[in-house]
Design a protein. Sequence first.
Length: 85
Amino acid sequence: MTINELVDQVKAAGGKQFEAVPDPKARALVRAVLAEIGKQIQAGGSEPVRIPGFGAFRTTEVEREKDGAKTLVKKIHFRPLPAKQ
């Protein structure tokens, strides 16, 4: 999904209050929100980054082997909240 597609879907589902937001501002807002989530995940350490109404991100370090050398890399896990019925 692209940022444009996300903005279009939110505007279509969001009603009148979202129709008034110009597309360039909506795209900038989505990019800013995603960038902030990314920063929080990178800085989060062992604590999960929880977003109410969305889910939680957590990171773990896993050992990878490349060309015979073992290194630790950060792996990101996402757990969505259950869908509301």
